[in-house]
Design a protein around this ligand. Structure first.
Ligand code: FES
Ligand SMILES: [Fe+2]
Length: 392
């Protein structure tokens, strides 16, 4: 049983919170790279409860700064992007991508004031067609080079989901919830007359297993379903990469689901879809196509439930903005959730004790291309069913 206090500890993401401090130690994707253009080289970003502005200056440097100007708090998002920085729209103070205050028009020469106006800029990198941000302390760990982001042995595309109106932990708990797929997807699709889209999940689940994985460059929980019936299968497993990534097969694709805590009650999700096979060129790797999924709710404000995304979104949001875990009744099938929570609490404690949390990468030799094995049964079924699976 989770106490209210523990629930707060595990879920809140703002600066100084226990989980927020832990989550700041990892890189998070913040948007597709194509969202910054020559016409509009700036974007508002809300991440881990902080309001930020992302911009690319005329010299091509990326900056990620607090949105509010240190002078009198107007939004830098409405500022002017110049060759060497962004200029506040209110009184024109200018900041470089690294946060240095470059100019304070109308101020007499005042080096102390200029120094005090320097901001902390967060590191940003581009990889696999996405911008990534790191909000933690130095030394900055390496941005993980997951195989789907960098491999040329296949093609990729990016799908952005509507922002979910719930806490990030509900979504990660769903990733270690092996049995939800039977009713929420398999049965739901069948009842809606679209059973062929969820045939993979509508097989009898005979058993399920969970395993804590501790690899060199990632740690997490692997879940395995053992299906019975005519098309029995023992899955290789779908790993949750701690803290915020699910890797899973989806039709013939290898999918990475990046769950990004926007704040305590909103979560941004990037679905990264890699299709192994046909070789891709650097263009596909650097600038993959991006699709934006339509809202999960219909005009009446109800979840339409026509896609896996809407079905999952319904389950996650209806648990409550931050679900009250002191009320829940866990059973045997929730073992994965208990494992994930234990890992989360251990890692929060590690950081509080001044240790490095699990799964950070510091050795470039181990970060050329990180491959993670997942089940292939679904790709096989999708091929057999002539790609009958709908968009999730
Ligand atoms: S508020 Fe930004 S320059 Fe005054
Ligand atoms: Fe699901």
């Amino acid at each position: 049983m989770v106490s209210r206090e523990e629930n707060e500890t595990m879920t809140r993401v703002g600066p100084g919170t226990p989980a927020g401090t832990l989550l700041r130690r990892y890189w998070h994707p913040i948007c597709p790279a194509q969202e910054l253009s020559a016409d509009k080289p700036k974007k508002r970003i809300r991440l881990l409860g902080e309001n930020l502005v992302l911009f690319r200056d005329g010299g091509g440097r990326l900056g990620l700064l607090p949105e509010q100007c240190p002078h009198r708090s107007a939004s830098l998002y409405y500022g002017f992007v110049e060759e060497d920085g962004i200029r506040c729209p209110y009184h024109g103070w200018k900041f470089a991508a690294d946060g240095e205050c470059l100019e304070q028009p109308f101020e007499p020469n005042n080096p102390a004031l200029k120094k005090r106006a320097c901001q902390r800029a967060y590191p940003v990198q581009q990889l696999g067609g996405l911008f990534w941000a790191y909000l933690g302390p130095d030394p900055v760990p390496l941005l993980p080079r997951w195989s789907p982001l960098v491999s040329l042995e296949g093609t990729r595309r990016i799908t952005i989901l509507p922002v979910l109106e719930c806490n990030w932990l509900q979504i990660m708990e769903n990733s270690v919830d092996t049995t939800h797929t039977y009713y929420l997807h398999g049965h739901m699709m069948t009842m809606l007359g679209m059973g062929e889209k969820a045939a993979y999940y509508y097989r009898p689940i005979q058993n399920y297993e969970f395993e804590v994985v501790k690899e060199d460059v990632w740690t997490g929980v692997r879940k395995v379903r053992i299906y019975g019936g005519d098309q029995g299968e023992r899955e290789l497993g779908h790993p949750v990469i701690f803290p915020c990534i699910l890797m899973s097969p989806q039709r013939q694709y290898l999918m990475m689901h990046f769950r990004v805590p926007v704040d305590d009650t909103h979560t941004y999700i990037v679905r990264y879809e890699f299709l192994p096979g046909e070789k891709s060129d650097a263009g596909n790797a650097e600038n993959p196509p991006v699709e934006y999924v339509k809202p999960f709710k219909n005009e009446d404000g109800e979840f339409h439930l026509q896609t896996f995304g809407s079905q999952d979104g319904m389950a996650w949001e209806t648990q409550g903005a931050i679900t009250d875990r002191s009320r829940e009744l866990l059973g045997n099938s929730d073992r994965g959730i208990a494992l994930y929570r234990r890992m989360l609490k251990e890692q929060i404690a590690a950081v509080q004790e001044g240790k490095e949390p699990a799964g950070l990468i510091r050795d470039p030799a181990k970060n050329q291309e990180i491959k993670v094995q997942v089940s292939s049964g679904q790709a096989k079924m999708a091929r057999e069913m002539a790609d009958n699976y709908g968009d999730t």
